[in-house]
Design a protein around this ligand. Structure first.
Ligand SMILES: Cc1ncc(COP(=O)(O)O)c(C=O)c1O
Length: 344
């Protein structure tokens, strides 16, 4: 029997607005989740997520002491938030939650705006930040919602230049086109904290699995803030199965590439008045003509698709769309076409 507990306003729409992964999880994960035992349900989960930590550490060639875990990337960020000084920097536009996190702690975040060249949001040559003030910098790479990655050498320069500044790099979108992760630098820089999640590439958003990677000294500082009970063991196992299912993971990368190319070609050939920005991940930011992002959102909703409307001070307006598998994509392309008469 199917239960419906959802209070999601968009429950009957196709979700292209939350950066979920519509290609779905590995079938091996689904098999594992069918093996839940009664004991998994009536016992508390084991303390400290040791299974997940050890396996992830081995996979990334790091000691388990450099790993900490939680309920999704959000909880990793919240944990890190406990030890952050009250003033820091972030590149904008980016994911709204960073600001929320710092404001909850009565801190301040100073924006370092990207340079929009009409195709990409480029990082400033080097941020004009003072060492006294820069107590932490939050960077999302690839960035939500712009979609582009921050080059690794740029980040390394920051890590070197500001050794007393926490540099938090949110890599939750890295694995869709994995090229430039900072995982190999985790033991080298004591000021680096990486955020990883199983919600995006591994399509396990509903299981709430997040992993933080940092130097063991930094992880130790975070220990008092951990949750008393960790993730259920079958969920830890599901994460590792997802991480290691190479054939499914390669399939996601190749089918995503095909969907992305089809969408870009459709927009170009049909003269859809949307200008896509370069993307290094599974969503696409598109500039709307005449600041019509809210209208696009409303029209696409009527067609059955939820997309995100984005506008920032001093910038044009955009829609951000999660790139779906081909069958959904073809319907989405038709929906874009159906909106044309109301948009132009
Ligand atoms: C940039 C970024 N980081 C972290 C997250 C958190 O995701 P989760 O808590 O599901 O891992 C999101 C979610 O959309 C995100 O966009």
């Amino acid at each position: 029997m199917k239960h419906n507990y959802s209070i999601d306003f968009y429950q009957d729409k196709i979700h292209l607005h939350l950066n979920e992964n519509l290609f779905g999880p590995s079938p091996k994960v689904m098999n594992e989740l069918n093996l839940w035992r009664r004991e998994d349900v009536f016992h508390y989960p084991p303390n400290d997520d040791a299974y997940l930590k050890n396996e992830v550490a081995q996979y990334w060639n790091l000691p388990p002491e450099s790993i900490f875990t939680g309920n999704g990337g959000v909880s990793i960020l919240r944990r890190m938030g406990n030890i952050l000084p009250t003033s820091g920097y972030y590149f904008t536009p980016t994911w709204d939650y960073y600001k929320h996190l710092i404001e909850m702690r009565k801190g301040t975040l100073q924006a370092l705006p990207f340079i929009n060249n009409g195709k990409e949001f480029l990082y400033p040559t080097f941020p004009p930040i003072s060492q006294e003030k820069a107590n932490f910098i939050i960077i999302c790479s690839p960035n939500n919602p712009t979609g582009q990655r921050v080059p690794r050498d740029y980040l390394e320069k920051l890590l070197e230049e500001y050794p007393n500044t926490y540099i938090i790099v949110d890599e939750v979108y890295e694995d869709f086109t994995p090229t430039d992760s900072l995982v190999p630098l985790v033991l080298k820089y004591r000021n680096l904290c990486l955020i990883r999640s199983f919600s995006k590439f591994y399509a396990l958003a509903g299981l709430r699995i997040g992993v933080g990677l940092a130097h063991p000294d930094l992880v130790n500082q975070l220990r008092p803030y951990r949750q008393p009970f960790g993730l259920p063991l079958p969920i830890q196992k599901a994460a590792i199965i997802a991480l290691k299912d190479d054939s499914h993971n390669q399939l996601i990368q190749s089918t995503l590439k095909a969907s992305k190319e089809t969408l870009l070609e459709f927009i170009r050939s049909q003269n859809i008045p949307l200008k896509p920005y370069h993307t290094d991940t599974h969503f696409l930011l598109m500039e709307t003509q005449h600041n019509r992002s809210d209208l696009w959102k409303e029209l696409l909703l009527k067609e059955g698709f939820a997309v995100k409307s984005c506008h920032w001070e001093g910038q044009k307006s955009y829609i951000r769309v999660t790139i779906p598998p081909m069958d959904i994509l073809l319907k989405f392309c038709q929906a874009l076409k159906n909106c044309l008469s109301s948009i132009t």
